[in-house]
Design a binder for this molecule. Structure first.
Ligand code: ADP
Length: 551
């Protein structure tokens, strides 16, 4: 092999200097290594002095050989006090045996180091007799004079304390939130009763002959009352959702009915604004489903209501289809649309498009938050897409079981009683609230029915004993005896005495399907929801007593 020293090769004196350099470095290293044992001692003692962890070394008889500054802080002893003493000094009496067993197992085992951090278990005993929660890292080393053990100890009282404080804060926050929800629920319920008075009387007055000016003012009262009722219901829903108390029903319902209901509710409003309002249900989506029709209607109504509210011209369209086993409902409009920024927080509570939206359209910004929660409780999802000034589309996807056709549920609603028939109706009302008594009395008297009103269930049973009635309207929550209890007593006595069955309708704000089921189980024949709507009240009365012949 031919070698060359020319070109880029280092000159001989360069090689020499590199060799000298390497030799010096080697000498230095050797010198350092020779002095290392002394240096190690210095290094060790500086570690022992500055480490906030406690470092303790014990010999094979478990006597303390080394006790660092950190250990002094944790245990309260000075090093001279403990050196040569058994390690048991630092362990609570009742744990010493267990500690011994552990150290035995550790000594016999192949593992050279381990961590002990079972938080309940590892506790140190301080000089003043306090139990200190600690974490321990343990290692063993075999030396010429036998096994030695090194423990690194961390005082965790502060982090345990912080953890306890955090837990306390979380449970306090939960309690506060539960109290808030309970307060909201109670308030909403309480406010609903006087509202029933306002809305009921507004309806009663609207049937009187009034000057045009008063009709207009009355309409403002009615509309304001109704929006207040809407807000109350939203708050009630939200507090139930937050408290985890909102339960979804699983009932058979017909999609056609649901869509027809939406059409009835919004077609007049859409027409008033000059909007086209279309509803499509694909063939494969038609039929009956298992789910919560009341809550689904609430979601749908909310979306359609928004679409109509935020659309000035063009159309609102509801499209229902079934895709991959999901019921897919899309509500589309050609309105003002939603900015991309607003779109990201659209389903958050109290969020609205922007401040000017609140000013122009009112609303609380709760509707979509409730929709999202309801849809999630049904196991589905809701999404929104929009192009500003072109419109918005809200899509709900629900995993509801599709079960074909079902027979319609029996319905207490029927045609209004004819004026002549009403004269003869013997109607008993059990209602404890004075304002509600006045409302129902006024509404019934306007159509020629003079009800007898009693203040609780017990009085209703007594009145029923006294003479026959064509119909009993029964409040649910009443002092002394509630409506369902009174009803079941009446039903039992009817059976025992072979009397004909008196129709009984619940008169209540608690008009969910499962509640109706409860009332039916007590023997009631249906319900009239509060706040009372005049048309529904009369339909329910005719439905319950049937067409009557004038006496
Ligand atoms: P609100 O009761 O205030 O209407 P929602 O939660 O129902 O509350 O709606 C929140 C906001 O979302 C509305 O204030 C509006 O800015 C926007 N929004 C909802 N639906 C539509 C829609 N179809 N078109 C345009 N904006 C909408």
């Amino acid at each position: 092999m031919k070698t060359s020293t020319g070109g880029g090769q280092p000159a001989p004196h360069d090689a020499r200097s590199r060799w000298r350099h390497a030799r010096d470095a080697l000498k230095k290293t050797l010198a350092v290594q020779a002095g290392l044992p002394e240096m190690l001692e210095d290094i060790l003692s500086s570690i022992l002095n500055i480490a906030s962890e406690g470092i303790i070394v014990a010999d094979q008889d478990m006597r303390i050989l080394l006790f660092s500054k950190g250990a002094e802080v944790i245990f309260g002893y000075t090093a001279p006090e403990v050196l040569g003493q058994p390690i048991d000094l630092l362990i609570p009496h009742d744990r010493r045996e267990a500690h011994k067993q552990r150290v035995h197992a550790f000594t016999a085992g192949a593992i050279l180091s381990r961590r002990m951090s079972n938080r309940q278990d590892v506790t140190g005993l301080t000089k003043d007799g306090r139990l200190a929660p600690i974490e321990v890292g343990l290692s063993k080393t075999t030396t010429r004079s036998g096994m030695i053990y090194t423990a690194i100890i961390r005082d965790i009282s502060e982090s345990l304390q912080a953890e306890a404080e955090l837990n306390q804060a979380v449970s306090e926050a939960n309690a506060a939130s539960a109290a808030k929800s309970a307060f909201l629920a109670a308030m909403s319920h309480e406010v609903r009763t006087p509202l029933n008075g306002v809305l009921g009387m507004a309806q009663a007055m609207a049937r009187d002959a009034l000057p045009a000016k008063q009709v207009e003012r009355l309409e403002v009262i009615r509309q304001s009352g109704e929006s207040l009722l809407g807000i109350l219901n939203d708050m009630l829903d939200l507090s139930k959702i937050e408290a985890g108390k909102l339960e979804m029903e699983t009932l058979e319902f017909d999609l056609g009915d649901l869509i027809a209901g939406a059409h009835n509710t919004f077609s007049a409003l859409a027409a008033q604004k000059g909007l086209q309002f279309d509803l499509y249900v694909s063939n494969r989506a038609e039929g009956a489903y298992l789910g919560d029709p009341l809550r689904l209607r609430q979601v749908l109504n909310n979306l359609i209501s928004n679409a109509v509210k935020f659309t000035e011209k063009g159309l609102v369209e509801v499209d229902v289809d079934r895709q991959e086993g999901l019921l897919v409902i899309a509500v589309r409009d050609t309105g003002m649309g939603i900015s991309p920024e607003a779109l990201t927080r659209l389903f958050d509570k109290f969020e609205q498009g922007d401040l000017s939206t609140t000013r122009r359209f009112g609303g609380t910004g709760l509707g979509l938050a409730i929709c999202r929660d309801l849809v999630r409780l049904m196991g589905g999802e809701i999404s929104a897409a929009s192009v500003v000034n072109q419109g918005a589309t809200f899509t709900v996807r629900l995993p509801l079981e599709h079960i074909g056709q079902v027979p319609a549920l029996p319905d207490v609603l029927g045609p209004h009683p004819a004026a002549d028939d009403r004269q003869q109706v013997r109607l008993l009302v059990a209602e404890d609230n004075r304002a509600n008594q006045l409302v129902i009395d006024t509404l019934l008297r306007q159509v020629g029915i003079t009800p007898v009103i009693v203040p609780n269930g017990r009085a209703a049973v007594a009145a029923w004993e006294e003479k026959p009635w064509d119909l009993i309207l029964m409040d649910v929550q009443m002092p002394e005896m509630d409506g369902p209890t009174a009803t079941s007593i009446i039903r039992r006595r009817e059976l025992d005495s072979g009397q004909t069955r008196t129709p009984i309708l619940a008169l209540t704000a608690n008009a969910m399907d499962h509640q109706l089921l409860e009332y039916r189980q007590a023997g009631m024949d249906g319900l009239v929801a509060k706040p009372i709507e005049i048309d529904k009240l009369f339909s329910a009365i005719s439905g319950a007593i049937g067409p009557r012949q004038p006496a």
